[in-house]
Design a protein around this ligand. Structure first.
Ligand code: HEC
Ligand code: HEC
Ligand code: HEC
Ligand code: HEC
Ligand code: HEC
Ligand code: HEC
Ligand code: HEC
Length: 270
């Protein structure tokens, strides 16, 4: 990632007059830029949404009226974001919603704060690499608007991953909400799923079909040891796989096609 100039303002629905003013300020460019240097990402300068004439108020200023959101936010990664400068304040909320002092002073005028709604653009301003992933040929259809960052990430709470934050298995819960077929229960489970769906799938996007992290046997061999036997024979899981490996992927028809778990066969077949 490299330093960025302020991007266009949030593209979520905004009142026309605010949008006009935002355009005006974007024209005045770097003068109005609110740049953030993050302690965890030293190489990166990031950009929050801009609001004409507004300054950062700090997350604690939001607590007066959005008490529940601020309280839960204490554990969130974005809570650590700081504004730069000698009087640096903690601007977690405003990293996505823009500087909020005018919104605070007005008693909550919604035209003086940015609501990203379902748009990923506010997120992309800082997460450039994530924008890249969603440009790959196989991806969750976020750019198409069929699902949003907030379907999987809670912006206001915890590590940001929906569906559980402690046990590895519970990470899968977020995926099961839309992919019930992989949930089981299966008579013969594949223990790989305990490592999480991301053991095999990129959650955002991939060059490989089905969002797979690898397109061939390498995917499976990261956990299943491949033994070389005399005569060039290859054993996997104690079975002679020498001729199998040339026939295609491990999850080909006739092999381990029930890769998420099987109801009938311990070798993960249908
Ligand atoms: C004085 C009370 C008050 C304070 C302080 C306050 N807000 Fe609000 N905020 C409101 C009210 C009232 C609404 C409108 C709620 C509604 O329409 O349901 C609102 C709405 C919002 C919305 C939604 C806007 C929309 O278009 O739907 C966001 C985002 C927001 N506030 C963020 C913040 C942030 C960030 C802070 C701290 C910088 C903050 N607020 C501080 C009162 C406040
Ligand atoms: C990582 C970005 C991000 C951060 C940080 C963040 N928000 Fe939000 N907020 C969002 C998004 C995205 C939405 C819209 C959610 C949706 O429509 O699904 C939202 C919606 C809201 C709303 C509208 C009501 C609601 O719950 O949908 C309020 C109010 C709000 N945020 C306040 C806050 C406050 C206060 C903080 C700090 C404690 C904060 N936000 C931190 C991204 C963020
Ligand atoms: C102003 C910049 C900024 C914006 C805007 C922003 N983020 Fe972040 N985000 C960060 C930083 C900095 C981190 C911390 C990175 C780290 O610790 O390595 C982070 C971390 C995260 C993480 C990882 C959390 C973890 O604990 O590993 C997720 C998920 C995330 N952001 C999602 C979002 C989403 C979704 C949005 C839009 C709703 C968004 N971010 C908007 C700067 C931003
Ligand atoms: C289908 C669910 C899903 C969607 C949609 C999604 N994410 Fe993620 N995201 C994840 C999962 C799962 C992880 C954790 C990956 C891991 O642990 O290997 C993650 C990790 C991250 C991280 C931290 C690691 C990294 O790759 O930098 C950031 C930042 C992030 N997501 C931002 C976003 C943003 C921004 C969007 C919207 C443009 C988005 N995500 C949409 C599921 C999703
Ligand atoms: C909010 C709903 C939603 C959530 C949550 C979700 N997905 Fe998806 N997923 C989709 C949609 C929509 C598609 C695109 C389906 C299509 O194009 O037919 C998709 C596609 C996929 C595909 C590719 C399927 C194919 O046939 O090419 C995989 C793999 C996948 N998701 C895995 C995951 C994983 C892993 C998670 C959890 C990190 C997850 N999904 C969370 C909605 C979701
Ligand atoms: C051991 C590796 C592995 C793990 C772990 C894994 N998957 Fe998959 N997944 C695959 C493979 C391989 C395919 C491609 C199957 C095919 O093309 O027939 C696939 C395909 C998919 C598809 C596309 C539909 C289909 O069956 O072809 C979805 C959706 C999916 N996985 C979701 C998930 C979810 C949700 C999780 C976590 C609960 C998960 N996967 C965990 C390997 C894995
Ligand atoms: C994250 C690690 C991991 C990955 C990746 C993984 N597996 Fe597994 N798999 C396991 C574990 C652990 C077991 C249970 C212990 C054992 O039998 O080795 C298992 C068991 C199996 C079994 C049942 C063995 C038996 O006879 O009981 C088959 C078949 C299998 N995996 C196939 C695959 C295939 C095909 C892939 C690639 C799509 C794959 N595995 C990827 C961890 C993994």
């Amino acid at each position: 990632m490299k330093p960025t100039l302020p991007g266009p303002p949030a593209s979520g629905p905004q009142p026309a007059n605010l949008r006009r003013r935002l355009a005006f300020v974007a024209f005045g460019l770097s003068l109005a830029a609110f740049l953030l240097a993050c302690t965890t990402l030293t190489r990166t300068v990031m950009v929050t949404p801009t609001i004409p004439g507004a300054s950062f108020a700090g997350s604690s200023a939001c607590a007066e009226c959005h008490d529940d959101l601020v309280r839960n936010f204490a554990t969130a990664s974005h809570a650590r974001l700081q504004a730069r400068g000698p009087n640096a304040i903690e601007i977690g909320c405003e990293s996505c919603h823009g500087p909020g002092d005018l919104h605070v002073q007005s008693g909550g005028d919604t035209t003086l704060i940015v609501n990203p709604h379902k748009s990923p653009e506010v997120c992309f301003a800082c997460h450039l690499d994530v924008r890249g992933s969603f440009s790959l040929p196989h991806r969750h259809p976020v750019p198409e608007g069929h699902l949003t960052c907030t379907d999987c990430h809670d912006p206001h709470h915890g590590t940001g991953l929906r569906g559980g934050h402690t046990a590895l298995l519970s990470q899968n819960e977020g995926c099961f909400e839309c992919h019930a077929a992989q949930r089981g229960p299966h008579v013969f489970e594949h223990e790989a799923l305990r490592e999480g769906c991301t053991a095999c799938h990129h959650p955002h996007g991939s060059v490989n079909a089905k969002l797979l992290t690898q397109r061939n046997a390498t995917l499976c061999l990261q956990c299943h040891f491949q033994q070389q036997a005399p005569g060039g024979q290859v054993f996997i899981g104690g079975f002679n796989h020498t001729t199998f490996l040339q026939r295609g992927t491990c999850w080909n028809a006739g092999c381990h096609e029930a890769v998420h778990g099987s109801q009938v066969n311990s070798s993960l077949r249908f």
